[in-house]
Design a protein around this ligand. Sequence first.
Ligand SMILES: N[C@@H](CCC(=O)N[C@@H](CS)C(=O)NCC(=O)O)C(=O)O
Length: 205
Amino acid sequence: MTVHYKLIYWNCHGRGEITRLIFNYAGEKFEEHTITDADWPGTLKAAMPYGQLPVLEIDGVQLAQGRAIERFLARRFNLVGKTDIEAAHIDMIICGIDDTRQHFAKLFNEEDILKSADEVKEILDKHVHSFLALHDKFVAKNGHNHFVGRHTTLADLAVFQILYFLTHVDHSILSHYPHLSKFFHHTSKNSRLAKYLESRPQSPF
Ligand SMILES: N[C@@H](CCC(=O)N[C@@H](CS)C(=O)NCC(=O)O)C(=O)O
C-alpha cells in the first residue's frame, strides 16, 4: 500500500531541505504543505509536537525534529550504509555538521542579509575552514566520492547541503578543497538529484 508522506515547512531550504533531497534521491512521492507567514503561528504551531517545523506526517502520524525525520527516511529508503559501523559513521558526520551549523546564524544580520565581507570572512575563518579541511580529508580517504561506503548515504546528502549553503555565502569557498569540490560537483550531477537541484529555489535559506 502507498504511504502518504506530507512535509510541513516553509518555502525555504532551512531544516527541511535534506528531507526533500532524500525523497528526490529515493524517487518517493511526497506532499509539500508549504507554510506562509500568514499561517504561522495561527492554530498550526499548537498542533505541532514541538510547536516548530519541520514536521513530517506519515499516513497522518506526526514526526518532528529535522534530524529525526531525516534518519527515519534514510533508514526507510536504505541510505544508512550497509553495516552498523557505516551507520555510526553517518551519525558521526551529521554530528560534526551540527557542531559547525550552530555558527551559521552569525553570518547574517537581523534582516537575514549577509554581514560585511570582513565579518563573514572572520566567521568562516574561525568556524568553517577547519570543517572544510577535515571533510576534504574524509572524502579523500574514502576514495569513492562518498563519505561513508561506496554508495550515497544520508551523510553525503547532509554534507552536500551544507556545502551548497556555504557556496552561497562565498562562491569560491571550495577552491582550496579539491576533494570536497569534486564531491560537490559529482553529487550535484547525480542522475537522481540533478533535475530537482536545478528546479529548487536557489537560495541559501
Ligand atoms: N530542533 C528542531 C528545531 C526546529 C526549528 O528551530 N524550527 C524553526 C524553523 S527552522 C521554527 O519552527 N521556528 C518557528 C517557531 O519556533 O515558532 C529541528 O531541528 O527540527
